[in-house]
Design a protein around this ligand. Sequence first.
Ligand code: ADP
Length: 711
Amino acid sequence: MTRWPRRQATAFVWLVVALVAGLIWVSAEATIRHQEDQARANALEGAMLRARAAAADLESTLEATAGLHILAQARATLLERGDLTGALAIQFQLQALALRPVFGISGMAVTDRQGVVTWTINGQKGNGQKGNNQGGGSGHAPVSLADLPYFGLLRDTPATLAVGQPRSTLRFADRPGLPVARELYDRQGQFAGISVVGLDTQALARQIARPDLRQQGLAVLVRPADGQVLVRSPATDSAGAAEPAAVAAVLALARTEPEGRAPVRNPGTGRWLLTGWSGVEPAGLLVTIALDAGTALADTRREAAIIRAVATALSLLDIMGGGGLLLLRARRRTAEALAQARRAQQATEAARAELERLVASLPAMVYHGDLAADGTLTSRYITANAAQVIGWPHDRLPPRDTFLAHVDPGLGQEVAAFFAGLLKGGPDTLEYRMARPDGSWVWLRHHARVVARHGEAGGEVIGSLADITEERALRAQAAISSQLASLGEMAGGIAHELNRPLAVMVMAAHNALAALEDPEPDLGTVRGRLERIGEQGVRANRIIHHLQALSRPTNEPQEQVCLRSAVEGAMTLAGGALRQAHVAVENLLPPDLPPVLGQVVAIEQVLVNLFTNARDAMASRPPDARRLRLIAHAEGGQVVMEVADSGPGVPEAILSRIFEPFFTTKAAGQGTGLGLSICHAAMREMGGGITARNTPEGTVFRLTFQRVPAA
Ligand code: ADP
């Protein structure tokens, strides 16, 4: 047996030792690299899942704002129809909804088509502040949103949802709100202004950066169109330094991939950011979550140092046991990867649960589906709160044919036409009654719009159904109380007017009978008395005729009206009250005044309201100083009429508010505050207007009417 010389054997052993040590180092480095790759991939995946969960959260918040917007649209439609009590009921409901802390809403505003804010709610602290009218009010300068980019965008691009810049000119409750705006349209489907819901930016920042993110990274909400950062979570220094270069890099990547992840190098600091992003569909926004690579991989780097130390130890010792150690580490690595995946899954599930909770608290159920050309709707998604809102669980909603069978039979046709019409016209809203599974009725407001068209084949539709059973009851109640109030006001005047002819008739009948008792009755006297009874009967009949006209609905077509006869009609109703209050009436309407467009009953109602207000205002004047003067003249295509009293005038501080519904300075039980708001609505309905001003003599109400066009 040949023996190796000792020197050679040692060299061989050293060679083997060196080889094995080299192997240990190579495999240790490979393990470290693999582990780092794995940790980076996990962190990237985590960033993306977080971005996705935050985007889903935001979408549900936007759905909540859609609910408010639908109500704002309903309010605008009711105002346009002149249904002030209905609009007011919705206003109350909007206030209640916007102030619910669950939505994180800092306020809401509505503008007219010029961009001037006409109505706002402040959402601070949920203390139920009233909405205030800022449009042209005395004391407040009118706020205009017309110069803001989102206003222009909505005016020129209908069916859009636009998000503005926090810290815009419109601030709610002295805190910057992220304005989420949608367009309002009128009955012709034309642009009629916008409604803006302000989302509390601090609440949004908390929402996109869950508590667990705050120590490790940065969450930002960006608008890719112009690269603006809208909301940004408080961040650690290392990640905070990522702005804005890293945001720009993410935006470049997001252009090709709406959702994704990538390591992004911040050229400013040279540090890597592990970034995930996800689009917030309806608003065209992007949520980006950036984790600082140094922080995210710190654990792995510590482990790498340990591996190197172990490798050093192993290469100093002899080698064989090292394989076992490596095996152990590999096992630990797998276990850790699994635990990380589980954590990511738990985070996603928590996000989904939160989303469902938010959806369940929405005041309306929302659906998304495909609408075929024949009006058949196939739903893709229905929010799980359907059972609470409309009584039908979302997975047991009757299909369209049977759906119609559950709708109030009187309205079935209209509902079918509503679906069919969505593809032809713009967005639409319909109120109808539907039977719940238990047979009880629920009143629904159905709002839907087509968001994408599939050519001739139909389109994709998004809609919402809200339970308005209570709201309708409230509206009916308000309408009845205002009717009762005006009826009460009028009843006094009518009683007075009817009393006079009746008294004369009774007296004349009495005299006629007395004359007939005479053995040689003077038939001439009897005839005179009977004629008088006849005349007074005609007069009473005329008063009753006016009363009937007033009780008819006013949505009659426009007709030619002679203002002089409308004044006469109004005097039939209010003349007695004016005489009783010693008001001298000067009717200076010229005989050749051209006719106007409108409804005689509505004009009489406006005049009666103005006359009785004037009488009330002049009660504080001595009887011989109470004058009511009526003048009128034609002016271009209009006829202008002025009703001037000699009262104390309207205090300047309230001049801008007297046309608001329920605004009154009269004692409880005497004023309803509805008179002038009804006048305002009636004048607008006829294409005219009403304004008030003070003069040294008293108050002047100026009415404008449209002149009847020359044939
Ligand atoms: P109401 O008469 O029930 O109070 P209106 O809407 O008709 O309701 O009027 C609202 C308010 O406008 C009144 O309470 C009063 O303060 C003011 N007002 C109306 N007409 C006159 C007038 N001719 N002169 C002074 N103030 C008036």
